[in-house]
Design a binder for this molecule. Structure first.
Ligand code: 2AM
Length: 488
């Protein structure tokens, strides 16, 4: 191992794909000295001779040299392919590290892997941090949203660097703060991506109503979205939707209308839906957004079904268009509130289970800038958590109570319109169903309990004595069955 005189770098980064290179350049711009390393070592010199030319960035040609060049406690980020590459690098680094050194995984790791690595490295006295990075290549270069979680002892060492390079919200606050312990950073990033799926689906449903129901041209729709971007829906996704709607192909026609309607997915929305099911949280809007992409990808089958299955006789909107636009704005806004409330419910549940101690206000703050779901609305969420750190649900915050109450007439009306026109609105309508279910003190689940007890002797509780499980012989036949008798 080299002496301290060679330990000159403030930060080390392993993984010289575009994200890694851009993050290094960003850190360098903020006055920190970075040491770069990569599995394919030739890329180090190529980077130093090209993108990093005339900067104070240095490189290493081996893991030993990399570690030796870092000031203590060593701070090093992995930006390599998620999965075994991360474990491999951790194992390679470990023999060269000392107690209190910090390893950050900035890749797209699954939070369960991050939790596992955190526990493993804690046992080795290494401070491990899993950091969600959002904003793509552009964000990495000029200001990403950073969601670090893991060992809190690492945070004071990372904070000056991370908050310097992160995106800044409109009020100048950095879009980076400590998220929580263990796998919290990657979990929060996963929920962010799930929410992104939901927001995109909501916009797409409204677009279909405008296109197929009303018959608006893309330019007319662009004007509506541009207007919406000045109000409660002000956000990056509404802004790019306006651009997309107005974008013309080389022949002067809207490019959007030539794009095949089969949505891809890389899996983070699915992970969010899976963890919602795992933890028993009704994150219905993200779930519907994932399934909507699945349905879209059955393109050939849908084309056949479009010829075989009847829709309503009237599928053209003939009502008051100005009212419909207002209703849809309210429907989208209220649905977004539901989606974020559901996302925070999921984070709260995971945080309780894993004891992550999640910081909800700073999560909202981190999403205010730099990332895909950035919006003015996240400022209101931040304010709600600032006003009440232990807020049970976003829907209990007076601001959002009022917002949903104001929106609900338009929201209901817009969904009725879409339903009568035969236009699918899975995300808008699941949000409303959730809202109505959530505000219902007595749901029909008593019927489900009775049915379960009838056919499976699964027992039920009485309203008058919760916690006391009873079985009734509903038919007078079948003898004395127990819950354990059979499983249906
Ligand atoms: P490479 O340049 O040597 O391929 C994005 O793919 C980044 O992850 C690159 O820096 C890449 O290194 C690295 N990477 C991918 N798979 C890897 C593996 N199995 N082990 C180490 N690094 C890997």
């Amino acid at each position: 191992m080299s002496s301290d005189t060679t330990a000159v770098a403030d930060f080390g980064l392993i993984g010289l794909a575009v994200m890694g290179q851009n993050l290094i350049l960003n850190i360098n711009d903020h006055g920190f000295k970075v040491c770069a390393f990569n599995r394919t070592v030739a890329k180090v010199d190529h980077f130093l001779d090209n993108e990093a030319k005339d900067t104070q960035i240095i490189g290493a040609h081996s893991v030993e040299e990399f570690v030796a060049k870092l000031k203590r406690p060593r701070k090093m980020m992995l930006l390599v392919k998620a999965g075994s590459a991360v474990d491999k690098f951790i194992e390679t680094l470990l023999p060269h590290l000392e107690e209190g050194d910090i390893i950050i995984d900035g890749g797209n790791s699954n939070y369960a892997d991050t939790q596992r690595r955190y526990e493993y490295l804690t046992s080795k006295r290494i401070l491990f941090v899993g950091c969600g990075v959002s904003g793509g290549e552009e964000g990495a270069r000029y200001g990403p949203s950073l969601m670090p979680g893991g060992n809190p002892k690492a945070w004071p060492h990372l904070k000056p660097i991370f908050q310097a390079i992160a995106a800044k919200a409109p009020d100048g606050a950095p879009c980076c703060d400590w998220v929580g312990e263990g796998g919290a950073g990657h979990f929060v990033k996963m929920v962010h991506n799930g929410i992104e799926y939901g927001d995109m689906q909501l916009i797409s449903e409204v677009y279909q109503i405008f296109r197929d129901g009303v018959g608006y041209t893309n330019d007319e729709q662009g004007d509506i979205f541009a207007e919406w971007n000045k109000g409660v829906l002000d956000s990056f996704l509404i802004e790019i939707t306006t651009d997309i709607l107005r974008f013309k192909d080389t022949d002067g026609q809207p490019l959007l209308e030539k794009i095949r309607d089969a949505a891809g997915q890389k899996g983070t929305g699915k992970w969010t839906a899976i963890s919602a099911l795992d933890y028993g949280m009704p994150v219905t809007l993200i779930g519907e957004a994932v399934f909507a992409r699945c349905l879209s990808s059955l393109k050939d089958e849908r084309v056949r079904a479009s010829k075989a299955l009847a829709g309503p006789s009237n599928c053209k909107f003939t009502g008051d268009k100005a009212k419909l636009i207002k209703d849809l704005e309210q429907a989208m806004y209220a649905s977004k509130i539901i989606s974020y409330a559901q996302g925070f419910m999921l984070m709260r549940e995971a945080s309780t289970l894993y004891k992550w101690n999640l910081n909800y206000g700073s999560i909202a703050l981190m999403w205010r800038g730099g990332c895909i779901i950035r919006s003015a609305f996240l400022g209101d969420i931040k304010n709600a958590f600032d006003a009440d750190k232990n807020l049970e649900s976003l829907l209990f915050a007076p601001f959002f109570q009022k917002a949903t109450s104001t929106a609900q007439d338009g929201w209901r009306s817009a969904i009725c319109t879409a339903t009568m026109l035969g236009i699918p609105v899975p995300a808008l309508s699941t949000a409303l169903s959730f809202y109505d279910g959530y505000r219902t003190a007595r749901l029909p689940a008593n019927m489900i309990q009775a049915q379960r007890d009838y056919f499976g002797a699964h027992t039920y509780e009485l309203e008058s004595s919760p916690g006391n499980y009873l079985h009734t012989n509903w038919t007078g036949r079948g003898g004395n069955v127990h819950a354990s008798t059979y499983d249906a």
